[in-house]
Design a protein around this ligand. Structure first.
Ligand code: T3D
Length: 257
């Protein structure tokens, strides 16, 4: 029997799923997509599982799409039928998901990690929005996730250059939760996983939903909202007091509640 493309292990309430194509840096074939989907569905359906950890076998986390997989010739269909449901399932998953990034995470592999609730990376790991190097655009949620996580300037920079972002730098700019020494990766991740597993999973999943639902207001709507609230503020006493105090060169006394 051939080896599983996604290895499954359980420790208490924590289910670990390990992408297992190390010779190709765990890049995605259609078959690995299918195994990951089945493993995620099984963990979601198992009430004893209260946190999922996603990681990679060998020296890489995931190098995105397997650029050799003959079953992946219709790129639009691959993105629409495989990466899109994967991203959506992670963003509506019933329990917290941690990406334990053990090595390079490139292309859809980088964005797979960013779809998880937490990313803990080994110091030797790196993130690469590799798409531009092969004439593609970020997928697996990259165009939505990146600007929300790191801001537009860094999102554009990372996506256009395809430059390697070391784990330490990823932590510094707030793209990931933590970067830890390679030797501490497993222990740190499992400590967080067991802590999350002991928390109320439904509340944690709802927290994620609420945060995500609050984000996607479009630019025109945000500008409209600013105008409306600014109008309200300008009609309130504190605005008059603030301007009066400024012009009189005295400290303001604000009273509005
Ligand atoms: O259907 C669609 O195409 C649409 C979906 C798109 C989603 C995407 O993810 S597009 C982006 C695809 N990913 C990439 O472009 C990344 C390609 N890989 C790399 O740039 C480099 O491998 C890394 C920077 C990630 C790591 O470099 P390095 O030097 O540490 O390792 P390496 O020697 O390049 O790779 C090791 C082996 O893995 C090598 O095989 P070999 O020569 O030992 O037999 C390499 O070919 C293989 N490998 C790495 N990435 C992929 C891959 N094989 C197939 N597909 C890959 N993506």
């Amino acid at each position: 029997m051939s080896e599983a493309l996604v290895q499954i292990a359980t420790a208490g309430a924590v289910r670990t799923l390990t992408l297992n194509r190390p010779a190709a840096l765990n890049s995605f074939t259609a078959a690995m997509h299918a195994e990951l989907r089945a493993a995620l569905e099984a963990a979601a359906a198992d009430a004893a599982v209260r946190c999922v950890v996603l990681t990679g076998a060998g020296r890489g986390f995931c190098a995105g799409q397997d650029l050799n997989d003959p079953e992946m010739s219709d790129v639009e269909a691959v993105v629409d039928t495989l990466y899109k449901p994967l991203a959506l399932s992670l963003r509506s998953y019933p329990v917290p998901v941690i990406a334990m990034v053990n090595g390079v995470a490139a292309g859809a592999g980088a964005n797979l990690a960013l779809n998880c609730d937490f990313v803990i990376a080994a110091r030797s790991a790196a993130f690469i929005q590799a798409f531009s190097k092969i004439g593609l655009v970020p997928d697996c949620g990259g165009t939505w996730l990146l600007p929300r996580i790191v801001g537009r300037a860094r999102a554009i920079g990372l996506a256009m250059t395809g430059d390697k972002l070391p784990a330490e730098e990823a932590e510094r700019i707030g793209m990931i939760w933590r970067c830890v020494d390679d030797a501490a990766l497993g222990e740190t991740t499992m400590a967080l996983a067991h802590k999350l597993a002991a928390l109320p999973a439904r509340a944690l999943a709802q927290t994620r939903q609420l945060i995500d639902a609050a984000m996607p207001m479009d630019y025109a709507a945000a500008l409209g909202q600013e105008a409306r609230v600014q109008g309200e503020m300008s009609r309130a006493g504190d605005f008059a007091e603030g301007v009066a105090a400024f012009l009189a060169k005295r400290a303001p006394v604000f009273k509005d509640r």
